[in-house]
Design a protein around this ligand. Sequence first.
Ligand SMILES: Nc1ncnc2c1ncn2[C@@H]1O[C@H](COP(=O)(O)OP(=O)(O)OP(=O)(O)O)[C@@H](O)[C@H]1O
Ligand code: SF4
Ligand SMILES: [Mg+2]
Length: 348
Amino acid sequence: MSTDELLHLKDVKKYFGLRGAPWRKSGAVKAVDGVNLVVRRGETVGLVGESGSGKSTLARVSTRLLDPTAGTVEIGGKDVTRVRGRKLRPVRRKIQMVFQDPQASLNPRQSVGTILTTPFRAQGIRPTRAQLVELLRQVGLSEEHLERYPHEFSGGQRQRIGIARALAVKPDLLVCDEPVSALDVSVQAQVLNLLADLRDELGLSYVLVAHDLAVVSQVADRLAVMYFGTIVEEGPAAEVYSAPAHPYTRALLSAVPVPEPGAKRERIVLTGDVPTLIDPPSGCPFRTRCYKAEDVCATTRPVLEPVAGGEHRVACYFPEGDVINQRLSADAGDDTFSATTGTSVPPR
Ligand SMILES: Nc1ncnc2c1ncn2[C@@H]1O[C@H](COP(=O)(O)OP(=O)(O)OP(=O)(O)O)[C@@H](O)[C@H]1O
Ligand code: SF4
Ligand SMILES: [Mg+2]
């Protein structure tokens, strides 16, 4: 394995067991169901998908905050799938996580100084005040903030503290789980710019989780689109964005506003049933909502295959072939394509 591979997930699965009342159907929630993903040094990988598609679970398994049910997690070239306790220390030095909600992820009873000291202590290190001040500088805060408490900060500043905490151990890779979605729109760009500056200053790599394709496609080198616990499309961000091959990616992108005045993208409205993670459909997980579903889609789950022999890959029997931007239309009257699956979807 190349040392350039900071993170390598091999057929990773994370199932949550169902407990509770006996009348509940037995089984497991297949939150992540066979993901393969590589993140290389210097890369920003955008991980996008609807709510419940398994993005946060995958982020937590990748950072070893959760144990995978199956598969292998390699970090910095080492298999760390079963590493636990103190042996996780070196892993934490390489990969850190930034959480969605800075309010919830910072202990309100701890000062910023204490919050920033914690990751050092977890590594058995006593940081100097200068080290803590340097961390604050990196995220656009200053020494005077060290003695303050989380409630004294704005949402954007709290997320900066969350980022500073993740930077404390000088990781190579930050996994950011929706780092701006809890923030006001006005400060979202500032925090994204901070992440971009840190990438340049510190040579960081990122996995950037988001459900807003417009946000990630601006900053990511590569995009991975998650649906129902699997990656259904992956490739260079510009290619996936301009020529999405999976019907699901196309539907997601069709909701993204187009910057050109007067231009509109053909809107794809998905109207089929959203299946449950406990009782997934046979074959392609998207087939209950897909406007292109055919009988074969109900038989075997499609695997990621290269589109036109390049790095762009898609898991679909009937991928889209044309470039989405060629289908821009200034006519608002016929801009909606209703993707009703109805009876065209074969029964399971
Ligand atoms: N600890 C858990 N126990 C049981 N089910 C869980 C647990 N954590 C997540 N899930 C389930 O796994 C599925 C995927 O959840 P996850 O939080 O990973 O999705 P997500 O893509 O991050 O969604 P969102 O965009 O809303 O953050 C959901 O159905 C969720 O209810
Ligand atoms: S495999 Fe079939 S159901 Fe799945 S996305 Fe492709 S066309 Fe749609
Ligand atoms: Mg999430």
